[in-house]
Design a protein around this ligand. Structure first.
Ligand SMILES: CC(C)(COP(=O)(O)OP(=O)(O)OC[C@H]1O[C@@H](n2cnc3c(N)ncnc32)[C@H](O)[C@@H]1OP(=O)(O)O)[C@@H](O)C(=O)NCCC(=O)NCCS
Length: 215
């Protein structure tokens, strides 16, 4: 079987985990990394060379290659994807993740170790289903969402684009979380959360609007 060549965008902590998954996936071959920090150019990271920055990719004339955006910040990932539309994006699923048969996972999405995605769930593009996250049946996870480690979503939960659900948070069934909202670590979400707000606590309460995109 010929291995699909892939370039990883990002050479930081999140990229370390993504690289491990890509290596374990077995059908991909990492040919190098891209990072916009000029001091990293030419360095080795996890054994792979940092080939350059965004400009290097935009001027890419080598063999066709797929990308994975290994950037944890949802807004940054979204901006990058908007500039790299001429590329295909690889999807990476850790071999210990449990993904039901009729689940849809979009391009560029990464599913980490021991995540569970149950039947009928739809995961959009460039999402992160982090280590040990549970996505129960019929959830709809939009593009550029980040479900942090240990997040638990009940059935039929809807998460809007670029929302970030913090580490260990739980969301009961049938609840919706709005686009761009952030749910604090350890929260228990028991009712709908609108777009663009920060909600924390048990039960989760909105404490402020999000003025500037951040994780
Ligand atoms: C919620 C969060 C994003 C902080 O947002 P912030 O805009 O910086 O907010 P602040 O730190 O100023 O906190 C605002 C208030 O919320 C409280 N708060 C912050 N995080 C909280 C949490 N997870 N649960 C309960 N209360 C929390 C703060 O104590 C503060 O309360 P106060 O006003 O009474 O002092 C952050 O605490 C958090 O939970 N991030 C999740 C990170 C994560 O899961 N990362 C995983 C990466 S893989």
């Amino acid at each position: 079987m010929s291995l699909q060549p892939v370039i990883v965008y990002g050479a930081g902590g999140h990229a370390k985990v993504v690289i491990d998954i890509l290596e374990l996936a077995g059908h991909l071959r990492i040919i190098g990394l891209i990072d916009d920090d000029p001091t990293k150019a030419g360095n080795l990271f996890c054994g792979y060379k940092v080939l350059g920055d965004m400009k290097t990719l935009l001027e890419w004339h080598g063999d066709p290659v797929a990308l994975v955006l290994a950037i944890g910040d949802n807004h940054a990932r979204s901006r990058l994807a908007g500039r790299l539309t001429r590329f295909q994006f690889a999807t990476a699923v850790h071999p210990t993740a449990t993904v039901a048969q009729n689940v849809l996972i979009g391009e560029g999405t990464v599913v980490m170790a021991h995540a569970v995605i149950n039947p009928g769930a739809v995961i959009g593009n460039h999402a992160i289903v982090n280590t040990g996250a549970i996505v129960d049946h019929d959830c709809l996870i939009s593009d550029f969402v980040h479900l942090s480690p240990g997040v638990k979503l009940g059935g039929h939960v809807t998460i809007g684009s670029k929302a970030h659900v913090g580490i260990g948070a739980s969301v009961i069934n049938d609840v919706g979380i709005g686009a761009g909202s952030i749910i604090g670590a350890g929260a228990a979400v028991v009712e709908d959360i609108p777009d663009g707000v920060l909600a924390v606590g048990v039960p989760a309460r909105v404490i402020k609007a999000i003025e500037e995109p951040h994780q």
